[in-house]
Structures are given as structure tokens and as C-alpha cells.
Design a protein around this ligand. Structure first.
Ligand code: NDP
Length: 492
């Protein structure tokens, strides 16, 4: 599969068929250059119906779900190998679609391969349970797949987000229909091809590019989709949850964040500032766990601001494939406009822009959607830029006086995805970690993630937990089985 010919029309994957459709084809645009990467076939409601029917038939045939777990694990292992073998192509596809720098794309490909490897191991080792009996019978809990799972993903990290859904859903024995973001359809298509080459039965993974309003809508409303796994914004998540509620099917939601990153006056300030910089500017801030609200104990506020502004100004913003580039563009032009309007709102609400707050200058940036690393101080915790998820390279810095003041401010948000605290006091670290309303707390580090540790949000940041062993259980329903041990109940 070529990755860069602009006259190319990429097909979608239904079963083992690569389906081309000219109508309404998506245009994939490189955010670093504004150039057309390629066009992509889009699934309308009829093709969604066809894909779900294909997935349903593949699930109903039981070939995949009844395959012995260690054999199913071998297929997942071969997908992992295939991702590794195609690492350059996959990293490049993600880079030209969402503008992440090359080193980050490479790291995300390695992470996706590791995710398939991890779920191969879970698939092979995860057992059912014999539960304590209350009589003359054996009681057990077995776990069954749902059948057809719809996976809907965002554009910021398709490589890892999609692996986090597909690998455990497959390990659980389901068939999957993936609708990737309209901005980043190519990675999912390439993984679909790799999965077929790895021996995944046709129809067990289908990939349908398209818009949310057409393809996504048809998919979540389809009567044969039995479970929805969604990662994206909170507004879309709320809508999907409402559709799932009407249909009485389970839904897993990984949604937005506005994560507090906290520095106490006893912290190693340089390490903390390094953590803050990585936590907000990596991926141009387009990360659900970005530490976008920085709370600094008042006595060290000036010191932290001085170091933070110096670090922000020294970040090398460049074309994503340039040697040494640390930050590429944001993923699109409309998205940059939204970031700009939120920074403007901060100016209107008396915020002081200490770094960035504008597009970089220079010919190489003219055709791309670049925006500089931005540090804003002086806002209240009620300001629009502090409350809304910006999903860009913008950190708002706020002071706090003591632990009570900090917890009140940090938890004063509708979100609850991630958080970080820097302090030398281990008792305080523990108190803060327990008091923060967030699904992840990092102590003296930030953005460390392990596939083995469940991940998900409190409050409006989501429902359910991906990753870890629970990541497979998310895609299964338990079944209680009672088996009489009384020989009198058997034929004589
Ligand atoms: P969106 O919610 O806009 O879109 C996510 C996906 O949902 C896309 O594939 C989109 O399609 C699709 N979609 C949109 N409307 C519908 C609909 N009515 N029915 C079905 N599907 C629909 O999010 P973004 O793509 O803009 O991603 C950014 C958001 O994702 C941020 O809020 C971020 O915090 C969150 N996110 C959360 C993570 C987590 O783990 N908690 C991780 C990464 C991101 P289309 O592409 O056409 O818009």
C-alpha cells in the first residue's frame, strides 16, 4: 500500500474485501504542509450494514471465539510482529495525517505492537473462575464475548488508541468494526491488512473510514452492534451513551480531560518543570491526559514560571520529520482556530501570555497548522481557558496556598482523567493522590503509562477502564454456570 500518492483512493476493509467507493471520499490533508495525502473511501449506511453483517456472521461462525486461547494468542502475537515489521509505514501514516513528530510516531507504533503482545499473553492465561459453592453443586463464572463491538476513535493517537481497543476486544473473542477518525483513517486500514496477513479470520476486524455524522451514526445505531467502545470528546461521548442507553447495550467511554499538574515548594523544581513541559507540549498538547492546568505553590510561583517560560521558548517547533523536531503542527487548521480563540478568551479574561500565544513565523510554517508552546498566567480557576479542554499546546498556571486550597481548585472541574503531583513529602503525596478526583495520579513523574495498568476517567472523563486484564473483561459478559454434583439428578 503506497502512503503518499495524492491521486490514490484508499479502500475500506469489509471481511477480506477492500472496497473502493468514490462518493463523498475523505481528503486526508497533511497538517504540516497543507498538501493532500490521498483520498479515502467512506462507508455510508448501506456499507455499515454490510460490514456489521459480515462481522456478525464471522462472530456467529464461532471460529474465532472457539479457537483455543493459546492459538488465538498466536494470531495476536503475529499481528504484533506485523506491526513491528511495518513500523516505518505505520509511523509515517500517522505522522502525515496528524502531524506528530517522527520520534513520537515511532514510539507509538512500538507501544501498539506491545499492546497486541500483552493481550496475546492475557488471552492465553486468563481463566474462568470456580466460585464458592453453597450446596451440592459446582458454581462457575465464565466469560463470553458480546459478538460485534463497534470501536470509534479520535485523531490524536490512532496508533495506540486503536490497539488499546482492538487487541483486548479480539482477545475477548469478539468481532470488531472500527470507525477511525476522519482525520486519521490510514493507520487502522494498515493494521486491518496486517491482521489479515497474520491469520485473523476475515470479518473479525473491519475498518470503515467516514465521518461521525454518517458512518459513526449508522454504526452506533446498528441493531447487531452489541457493545460500543468510544474514545473522543465529552460531547460526542454523551451522545453515544444516550444512543447506547436507548438500545440497552454497554458502552465504554474514554473522554476529555483538563488535568491538574501540581508543584509543591519542596519539589525538585527542575525535574517538575521538565515533567510539566513533557506533560503539556508533547504531541502539541493534543493528549487527553495533557497537564493543562498547572497549580504551583505560591512561594515558588515566580521561580517555576521563569523556568517554564524558558523551557517553552526553547522547544524546537518544526516539520514533524525534521531532525530534532520536538513539536509539530496541531492536527488541523480548524483545530488551530479553536485553540487561538481560547487563547484570545484568556487575554480578554485578564490572562497574561508569557510564552507563545501565536503562530511561529517563517516560511517553513506558512502552509502548516503550527502553533507555539504557550504559557498563560494570571487567570482565575473560572476562566474559559482554564475550564475548557483546549487540546493544544497551552498551559494555564495558577497559584495555591495550601493543600486544602489546592484540592478545592484542582477538583473544581467537570473532568477527572489524570493528574500529577511533585513533592518530596511522601505522606503529602499519598494524601493528595487519594484526594484528587482523577483516574490517574502521577507522583514525581508525568505521563508514564503501562498497558498493564487500567486506565480511564472519573466524572465526565469517562466510564469504564481500558488496559490491563480488566481491558479484556470490558469486552466480555460474565455468565454464572451452576452444575449439580448430586448423582441423584443423573439418569440411573
Ligand atoms: P470527537 O468526539 O469529535 O470524535 C471522536 C470520534 O467519534 C471520531 O471518530 C468522530 O468522527 C466520531 N464521532 C463524532 N460524532 C459521532 C456520532 N454522532 N456518532 C458516532 N461517532 C461520532 O473527538 P476528536 O476526534 O476531536 O478527539 C479529541 C477528543 O478525544 C478530546 O476531547 C480528547 O480529550 C479525547 N481523547 C480522550 C482520550 C482518553 O483516553 N480519555 C484519549 C484521546 C483523546 P469524526 O472523525 O468524523 O469527527
Amino acid at each position: 500500500m503506497s502512503t503518499s500518492s495524492s491521486d490514490q483512493l484508499k479502500p475500506m476493509l469489509i471481511g477480506d474485501q477492500w472496497v473502493v467507493r468514490e462518493d463523498d471520499a475523505l481528503e486526508s490533508i497533511n497538517p504540516a504542509t497543507g498538501a493532500l495525502n490521498y483520498r479515502v473511501s467512506v462507508a455510508d449506511a448501506a456499507l455499515v450494514d454490510e460490514a456489521v453483517a459480515t462481522a456478525r456472521a464471522a462472530a456467529a461462525s464461532r471460529t474465532w471465539r472457539d479457537m483455543l486461547p493459546h492459538v488465538r494468542a498466536q494470531v495476536l502475537g503475529r499481528i504484533s510482529d506485523g506491526i513491528r515489521a511495518n513500523a516505518e509505514e505505520l509511523a509515517r501514516l500517522q505522522m502525515i495525517e496528524n502531524g506528530k513528530v517522527w520520534s513520537e510516531c515511532q514510539a507509538q507504533v512500538a507501544s501498539a505492537a506491545a499492546t497486541y503482545r500483552y493481550y496475546a499473553a492475557v488471552c492465553e492465561t486468563l481463566g474462568a473462575e470456580v466460585t464458592p459453592s453453597r450446596g451440592d453443586y459446582l458454581s462457575m463464572t465464565a466469560y463470553e464475548p458480546y459478538g460485534v463491538v463497534a470501536a470509534i476513535t479520535p485523531w490524536n493517537s490512532p496508533m495506540t488508541m486503536e490497539a488499546q481497543k482492538i487487541a483486548p476486544a479480539l482477545a475477548a473473542g469478539n468481532a470488531v468494526v472500527l470507525k477511525p477518525s476522519e482525520v486519521t483513517p490510514a493507520v487502522g486500514l494498515a493494521v486491518g491488512r496486517i491482521a489479515l496477513e497474520a491469520g485473523l479470520p476475515p470479518g473479525i476486524l473491519n475498518v470503515l473510514p467516514g465521518t461521525g455524522s454518517q458512518t459513526g451514526k449508522a454504526l452506533i445505531g446498528h441493531r447487531d452492534v452489541r457493545m460500543i467502545s468510544f474514545t473522543g470528546g465529552t460531547i460526542t461521548g454523551r451522545h453515544i451513551a444516550a444512543v447506547a442507553a436507548q438500545r440497552l447495550i454497554p458502552v465504554a467511554l474514554e473522554l476529555g480531560g483538563k488535568s491538574p499538574h501540581i508543584i509543591f515548594d519542596d519539589a525538585n523544581l527542575q525535574a517538575a518543570v521538565d515533567g510539566v513541559v513533557d506533560g503539556i507540549f508533547e504531541g502539541s498538547g493534543q493528549s487527553c491526559v495533557a497537564g493543562s492546568r498547572l497549580f504551583v505553590q505560591r512561594s515558588v510561583l515566580d521561580q517555576v514560571l521563569e523556568r517554564l517560560v524558558a523551557r517553552a521558548n526553547s522547544i524546537r517547533v518544526d516539520l514533524p520529520d525534521a531532525q530534532g523536531a520536538q513539536m509539530g503542527p496541531v492536527a488541523g487548521f480548524r483545530h488551530r482556530e479553536r485553540i487561538e480563540s481560547l487563547v484570545d478568551s484568556a487575554r480578554r479574561e485578564k490572562g497574561e501570555v508569557l510564552a507563545g500565544g501565536r503562530r511561529p513565523e517563517g516560511e517553513r510554517f506558512e502552509r502548516g497548522s503550527f502553533y507555539l508552546p504557550t504559557v498563560i498566567a494570571g487567570l482565575s480557576n473560572q476562566a474559559t481557558a482554564v475550564r475548557e479542554e483546549i487540546f493544544g499546546p497551552v498551559v494555564c498556571v495558577l497559584p495555591f496556598d495550601d493543600e486544602d486550597d489546592l484540592i478545592a481548585q484542582a477538583n473544581d472541574t467537570v473532568f477527572g482523567l489524570a493528574s500529577g503531583v511533585w513533592t518530596a513529602n511522601y505522606q503529602r503525596a499519598w494524601r493528595i493522590a487519594r484526594a484528587l478526583e482523577a483516574g490517574v495520579v502521577w507522583i514525581n513523574t508525568y505521563k508514564q503509562l503501562s498497558i498493564a495498568t487500567p486506565f480511564g476517567g472519573f466524572k465526565e472523563s469517562g466510564i469504564g477502564r481500558e488496559k490491563g486484564v480488566t481491558g479484556v473483561r470490558l469486552y466480555q459478559q460474565s455468565k454464572g454456570i451452576y452444575w449439580s454434583m448430586n448423582p441423584a439428578n443423573l439418569p440411573a
